[in-house]
Design a protein around this ligand. Structure first.
Ligand code: AMP
Ligand code: ZN
Length: 496
């Protein structure tokens, strides 16, 4: 298949080709695990799961890394403010390690509930401290770093392409730099690779800063020639990695210097991904990733999701209102990953209805006649599967893929059930499951033989115009949440 993707650095849709034929190296920025994920976060992971499914359907072997940020992501998304994990720990009276474990495990469970494929590598930033320090070492050796009072920074002026990825106006940044800007930094866009634990603070997560990464005046304090230290700290200087460094270190350690695709949210473009590119390419001298994909954001009732508004619904919140993770998955797929989404419970209810309808079409496979081959047999699948794949290969056009499924399912339903070819209906459902992950096959079990018998008896009663008996049998089935529908094309059963 011919996959086209919108490539952020070039701002255009481009034909996808991998470095190595048949193989894709993919990195997805994972969540910061200091709280439950909200619907916006989950939308991002549903989109990137769809990307993986499409790549696999196109015959690629995908090696994907997704990190779990369990340290170093500060509340400002920059280099100021508290670490989100340490803040979560204070909020709950636990250690940052406990918080990371609890919300990290909840994330993995949520991925399973949403039927997201497990990446080949799910990596925690705290397991890659050595690799991160090594990256700083290489950057230091090449002259890209400098040390100030609160940490070791990347000098963005030494990486001339810094502004290109996000089209940044660095002069305007400089002119606009005000209060939040640490004036020890050489440039407002410089970012922390490693932050020192403040002298008056004890962090749950901190590591010794290797002496060779520190300025000479820090590492050779016994040397009388050295100037007095510029900081109040004395070795061992404890510290922790910057959020941006984590992703580069994990991606490059596992996948090598150059990735095929890197994904994240649009919020990552101006800072996080710009910084990942700067530090990775400064070290390797190679392109960090050939394709960059970014999902737009989801709003809730037209408003930005924010803690203070209490609109960051979690999967549990949805469950309490009677919506399953797969209902939510359907909701996400109804929008395009590059369009701003709007979450409302009405929209979610519409997605739930659509999924219920699809399940009832999937259940028709239990009601067809196996091996039927007649001249007027109805064969739903080959053209539809091709069209669905084509829509998804067109920059992951999920709304169009869903429209094609609707059209095909309506076509199936407009035929007498006797005429539907079971084998090709099953093939179609399997293909939809593979591409869209809605788990139609497993969520649509056959009814029992006893229930089938009740349906036959009800049809017999209707033939005999015994309406009382037929109504009783209908009620008995309704107790089992099975609805019998008499259509122009005969009687079918559906899940209630
Ligand atoms: P974080 O845990 O803050 O690092 O966010 C995890 C992922 O969710 C990142 O890829 C973000 O880009 C993404 N994200 C955050 N808010 C939203 C939103 N409202 N809609 C879609 N994606 C989001
Ligand atoms: Zn990242």
């Amino acid at each position: 298949m011919n996959l086209r993707l919108f490539n952020t650095p070039h701002r255009q849709i481009e034909q996808f080709t991998s470095q190595e034929p048949g193989k894709v190296k993919l990195y997805t920025c994972g969540p910061t695990v200091y709280d439950y994920l909200h619907v916006g976060n989950w939308a991002a992971y549903v989109y990137w799961d769809t990307l993986v499914r499409v790549l696999k359907a196109d015959g690629y072997e995908v090696e994907r890394v997704m990190n779990i940020t369990d340290v170093g992501h500060l509340v400002s998304d920059g280099d100021e403010g508290e670490d989100k994990l340490e803040k979560g720990a204070k909020r709950e009276g636990k250690t940052a390690w406990d918080i990371a474990k609890f919300y990290g495990d909840d994330f993995i469970a949520g991925m399973q509930h949403l039927n997201l494929l497990t990446p080949e590598h799910v990596t925690k930033a705290t397991d890659y401290i050595e690799q991160q320090l090594e990256l700083i070492r290489r950057l230091k050796d090449k002259g890209y770093t400098y040390q100030i009072d609160d940490g070791i920074y990347f000098d963005t002026s030494k990486f001339p392409a810094y502004a290109n990825f996000a089209g940044l106006d660095l002069d305007a940044q400089r002119a606009g730099a005000r209060v939040a800007y640490n004036d020890e930094k050489r440039n407002p866009s410089d970012f922390a690779l490693w932050k020192f634990t403040p002298a008056d603070e004890k962090r749950d997560m901190e590591w010794e800063t290797p002496l060779d990464l520190l300025n000479n005046n820090e590492s050779q304090l016994e040397n009388p020639q050295s100037k007095p230290p510029t900081t109040n700290h004395r070795p061992p200087i404890m510290g922790f990695p910057g959020w941006h460094l984590e992703c580069s270190a994990m991606a490059m350690d596992i996948l090598g210097d150059t990735l095929d695709i890197h994904t994240g949210g649009i919020d990552h473009i101006p800072v996080h991904h710009t910084n990942e590119i700067a530090q990775s390419e400064a070290v390797s001298g190679k392109t960090f990733s050939h394709y960059w994909l970014h999902n737009n954001h989801l709003k809730v009732d037209g408003t930005k999701i924010s803690k203070s508004l209490g609109n960051g619904f979690t999967l549990d919140d949805l469950a309490q209102k009677g919506f399953s993770p797969l209902d939510y998955r359907m909701f996400v797929l109804q929008g395009h990953y590059m369009s701003e989404g709007n979450f409302t419970f009405d929209n979610l209810a519409a997605a739930q209805n659509r999924l219920a309808h699809w399940r009832n079409v999937a259940a028709l496979r239990h009601q067809t006649h196996q091996g039927l081959e007649s001249s007027d047999e109805m064969d739903p699948s080959p053209a539809a599967i091709g069209a669905i794949k084509e829509a998804l290969n067109d920059n992951l056009n999920t709304p169009e893929a869903l429209r094609i499924v609707d059209e095909t399912f309506n076509y199936v339903q407009s035929h007498s059930i006797q005429k539907v070819n079971r084998h090709t209906l099953v093939e179609l459902i399997e293909a939809i499951d593979e591409l869209l992950g809605l788990d139609l096959l497993h969520t649509t079990p056959d009814i029992s033989d006893d229930q089938k018998q009740l349906i036959i008896e009800r049809e017999r009663a209707r033939d005999q115009k015994n309406w009382e008996k037929s109504d009783k049998l209908r009620d008995a089935l309704a107790k089992d949440k099975i609805v019998v529908r008499d259509t122009q094309n005969g009687t079918v059963w559906e899940y209630q």
